[in-house]
Write a protein that binds this ligand. Structure first.
Ligand code: GDP
Length: 697
């Protein structure tokens, strides 16, 4: 009887691998993991049991959700906005998302998936305002009085007409209501031109764990016969075919290249393969790689390598990885781990299969008809060919003859060479190509776009030269501890990101826990990476890419790290006494707090008479009864004890003169910004808004 892989079955039946493993085990079918196979004959039984379970689950889910109050969420709301709507902390939302495998900052714009997860967590039926059925927010929920769960006021619903990007809002909301069956239908792609694109993959891990061997094996064995002619062309990235699908691997393994690109604002990697040698386990660079990938929000697939070695302990690797938050699927987590022996090519196919699976879940798409753009991944000056750059196309299709521009370089593409050494005339999304014809050598990590004329290119280059010099000047002070808060104030909950390095493990733990204890609801502390030992180049690059500062205890940066920190404008703070560090961090956090706004009452006046001035309008003749009235003040008009208008003054006069302020006991003429409907007897209250610095305690 033929067999079927558990993950294939899971895919076929629309279940996650973990769910399928649980289901099969529950049915008494003995399997080890989603990589195991079962007899095809068992499939109908599995399907039947699944249908029953699904019916029950969806009945329960619908029952549960229908008791949740509906809460409208504005388009563009962030994760922390959504949490706030439910009266919850942003931190709880981030944690809930993390539990579902989404490592996202609280400032991330919420999408449907996020709403679904947060809805479940906070017991709310979140719907986007633009998609909410008109009657939904008004439908009173039968929430028991005094219950902690209350219907949160819906934000004003924006008229669908104001949303050009959704062509058929009615249809969308209809579909959404029906979409209780959870089937992830393809997103409405606006212009409908989005096409699936191959995933771009970076291999990371500790030195000697087999990154190069793995890449070599993949490249050697998965290039189709007819292409094999010029296989060895190194252009910086390689395309590999597996089961009729394409995968693109960046040739330079390790996280240095990955992070230095990210520090320049470029992210080309969709998936990181973390190679861990089963005979060696987790090493410092493994941890670095994990943190770098996490900081970039790139999903990790683990290749547990060298399992051919007698001393290999793949289970121990899984255990160790779990301590770093990577819990294998077969243990109920959501990290895919594949045992391989790269040298012999053992199970490398399974790894590729898994990479395609992850890619599929990411729904990677690009529009081949969009204006071409992408990122430079390698560049150098070739004696014969002149400036040579390898670019990865991320949107659109690049053609020979196009004029491209990268910020520091430009040129008309004379030739394009693919990773098999062939001349090509065009390159679509995710395709790496070497381009010839540039006027100078661009920087790796720079983005490219195309232009319509050479003149435009020349103008842009001189413009961006100028801008670069400007940013270079501001860069050095951009990330100092004292000034970090300016940047942070744009974030919902300011976050102080720290790369922590100490001399010994004991002090690392002490620093870590004291720092984490300082995290508050108002400012959170995020240790993006920590480790024992000197501050390295890699630490600096991570700090730069994540906008973090580096805190070192009894350690020093090496000279290279120091140089790069200066170039990148990354601040390194060195301490010998833990309390000094805590004081500094606290000061920085307080600096990051948005000032508290407080109202300060200035005074009151009473309207005694109304003058009608032609062309100017009505002027209120007043007497200041308390304090003073200032021209710059904000005012409220109070009639019969009720505020019926508030706004600003448009003039303040003492007899015929404009004055800046006027004190109690004096007469004055007031006019109001865009308001004339006042009466004799109304009271004018003047006040100012003061900003007060908040402190943490
Ligand atoms: P990198 O530094 O991570 O790129 O590691 P390399 O690919 O250079 O591999 C380091 C060493 O481990 C080399 O001697 C490889 O031959 C060896 N190696 C890599 N993969 C395997 C494997 O699957 N099994 C065994 N036994 N050795 C391997």
């Amino acid at each position: 009887m033929s067999k079927i892989r558990v993950y294939d079955l899971a895919k076929k039946l629309g279940k996650s691998n973990t769910e399928m493993v649980e289901l099969l085990t529950g049915l008494g079918i003995s399997i080890k993991s989603h990589m195991s196979s079962i007899d095809e004959g068992l499939v109908p039984m599995v399907e039947e049991s699944l249908n029953k379970a699904q019916e029950e689950a969806s009945r329960q889910e619908i029952e549960a959700i229908s008791t949740y109050p509906t809460v409208a969420v504005k388009d563009g709301a962030s994760v922390s906005d959504v949490a706030a709507l439910a009266g919850e902390k942003a931190g709880s939302a981030v944690k809930a998302l993390m539990m579902e495998g989404l490592m996202l900052p609280a400032t991330t714009r919420a999408d449907e998936k996020i709403l679904q997860i947060l809805g479940k967590t906070f017991k709310k039926n979140f719907v986007f305002a633009s998609e909410a059925p008109a009657q939904a927010p008004t439908k009173e929920e039968p929430a028991p009085a005094g219950d902690a769960v209350e219907t949160v006021e819906a934000e004003p619903v924006e008229a669908p007409a104001q949303q050009p990007r959704e062509e058929a809002p009615k249809q969308v909301s209809h579909k959404k209501l029906k979409a209780k069956d959870k089937k992830k239908k393809g997103r409405q792609d606006g212009d409908g031109e989005l096409q699936p694109r191959p995933p771009i993959i970076t291999v990371m891990g500790h030195v000697d764990h087999g990154k190069t061997t793995l890449l070599d094996n993949i490249r050697k064995t998965h290039v189709t016969e007819k292409e094999a002619g010029g296989i060895t062309q190194h252009i910086g990235a390689s395309r590999v075919e597996y089961n009729g699908n394409t995968l693109v691997f960046l040739d330079t393994p390790g996280h240095e290249a990955f992070t230095s690109m990210r520090a320049r604002g470029a992210q080309v990697t969709d998936i990181a393969v973390l190679v861990v040698a089963a005979d060696d386990g987790i090493k410092p660079q493994t941890v670095e790689a994990i943190n770098h990938a996490k900081a970039a929000g790139v999903p990790i697939v683990v290749a547990v390598n060298k399992i051919d070695k007698p001393e290999a302990k793949p289970e121990r690797v899984r255990q160790q990885l779990s301590d770093y938050g990577l819990v294998p699927e077969e243990w109920g987590g959501d990290t895919i781990m594949v045992d391989v022996a790269a040298k012999k090519g053992l199970h490398v196919d399974d790894l590729l299969e898994m990479l395609l699976l992850v890619a599929e879940m990411q729904e990677l798409k690009a529009n081949p008809k969009a204006p071409p753009s992408g990122t430079v991944i390698e560049a150098n000056l070739d004696k014969g060919k002149g400036p040579v750059a390898t670019v990865i196309v991320q949107e659109g299709t690049l053609h020979r003859g196009d004029i491209i521009h990268t910020g520091s370089a430009w040129g008309k593409i004379r030739a394009m060479i693919d990773d098999k050494g062939r001349n090509v005339n065009e390159a679509g999304p995710s395709m790496p190509v070497e381009v010839l014809g540039l006027e100078s050598v661009p920087q790796p990590g720079e983005k490219f776009t195309t232009l319509s004329s050479e003149r435009e290119a020349r103008e842009l280059i001189s413009q961006s030269e100028f801008e670069r010099r400007e940013t270079d000047q501001s860069k050095a002070k951009r990330l100092t501890l004292e000034e970090l808060y300016e940047k942070m104030q744009t974030e919902e909950i300011p976050q102080l990101r720290i790369v922590l390095k100490t001399d010994v493990q004991g002090s690392l733990e002490a620093f870590h826990s004291s720092l984490m204890k300082m995290s508050t609801d108002a400012v959170s502390i995020n240790i993006v990476h920590e480790g024992v030992g000197r501050i390295s180049e890699s630490d600096v690059m991570l700090a730069s890419a994540s906008n973090a500062i580096i805190v070192g205890f009894n350690v020093r940066p090496d000279s290279n790290a120091k140089k790069i920190a200066e170039n990148e404008g990354v601040q390194i703070r060195l301490y010998q006494v833990i309390y000094d560090m805590l004081d500094d961090v606290k000061a920085a956090m307080e600096g990051m707090l948005a000032p508290e706004l407080r109202e300060h009452t200035l005074g009151q006046a009473e309207i005694r008479e109304i003058f009608r001035v032609p062309k100017v309008g009505n002027i209120a003749g007043c007497r200041v009864t308390e304090g003073l009235i200032r021209r710059s003040a904000k005012v409220r008009l109070i009639r019969d004890g009720v505020v019926f208008w508030s706004g600003e003054l448009s003039s303040l006069k003492h007899f015929k003169d404009d004055v800046r302020e006027i004190k109690a006991g004096n007469e004055c003429g007031l006019s109001f910004e865009k308001f004339q409907d006042f009466r004799v007897g109304d009271v004018v209250e003047a006040y100012e808004i003061l900003k007060e610095k908040k402190s943490l305690d």
